[in-house]
Design a protein around this ligand. Structure first.
Ligand code: ADE
Length: 228
């Protein structure tokens, strides 16, 4: 089974619409949809925004369903001049932009960076025209130039969102392979209404389409791995 975590309903709607043999269960306030997509067993959850919701539902998903891998699919703000609306970022590394380095070093268990599973990153690279790079996560909707520049400089990330590192962190501690995919919905330097509200739904759909395109390959790769 493959777990797919989205923060927003818009990021999960296409995936839900493709579910067959579907059933629903509620855990910690969120609806989990379990079924198959193109014959691949999946569990979907819309966790809500921010690191707490993300970590909580990543853990609940792993405890209740034991997925062989967890994917995070959704939208993000661009931190790079080379990334435009609807471009895809395949997150090979993730970090918190709102956690001080000395806290990470001194008070574990925390890592400066969390990693997507390398073979899953490779599949994403082969299946899509996405750019591989770092994703920064924090409890902040980034919508001004100053904050954007600061986060970009400190993290060297390609894009910013609010959940990825928390899911990657949880997957790491549970030793579950993880992959982050984000489609750019805004430039992270303008108000929510200016870009995010305009492009979010289409960007979210694109991210879900990418997941759909990758699912059979990911499922095959995971069963091969299990055999070894
Ligand atoms: N998700 C999508 N756009 C974002 C932004 N600008 N800041 C944080 N999370 C986002």
């Amino acid at each position: 089974m493959i777990g797919i975590i989205s923060a927003l309903g818009s990021e999960s709607v296409l995936l839900s619409s493709r579910l067959t043999d579907a059933r629903e269960e509620k855990h910690a306030g969120a609806l989990y949809r379990i079924g198959k997509i193109d014959g691949v067993e999946v569990v979907l959850v819309v966790c809500g925004v921010g690191k707490v919701n993300a970590a909580m539902h990543a853990q609940a998903m792993m405890d209740f369903y034991h997925p062989e891998a967890v994917l995070q699919s959704g939208v993000a703000g661009s931190l790079s001049p080379s990334l435009d609306i609807y471009d895809l970022v395949i997150g090979d590394k993730l970090s918190y932009h709102d956690m001080q380095d000395f806290v990470i070093e001194r008070f574990g268990p925390l890592e400066k960076e969390y990693f997507s599973d390398a073979p899953l990153v490779k599949i994403a690279k082969e299946t899509t025209n996405g750019v591989v790079g770092k994703i920064a996560s924090g409890d902040l909707f980034v919508s001004d130039k100053e904050t954007k520049r600061d986060i970009a400089e400190r993290t060297q990330a390609l894009c910013v969102e609010m959940e990825g590192a928390a899911v990657a962190h949880t997957a790491h501690l549970n030793e579950v392979p993880f992959l982050a995919l984000r489609v750019i919905s805004d430039s992270a330097d303008v108000a929510l209404e200016v870009a995010f509200d305009v492009f979010e739904k289409a960007a979210a759909k694109k991210s879900a389409e990418i997941v759909l395109a990758m699912l059979p390959k990911i499922s095959r790769a995971l069963s091969e791995r299990k055999k070894k």
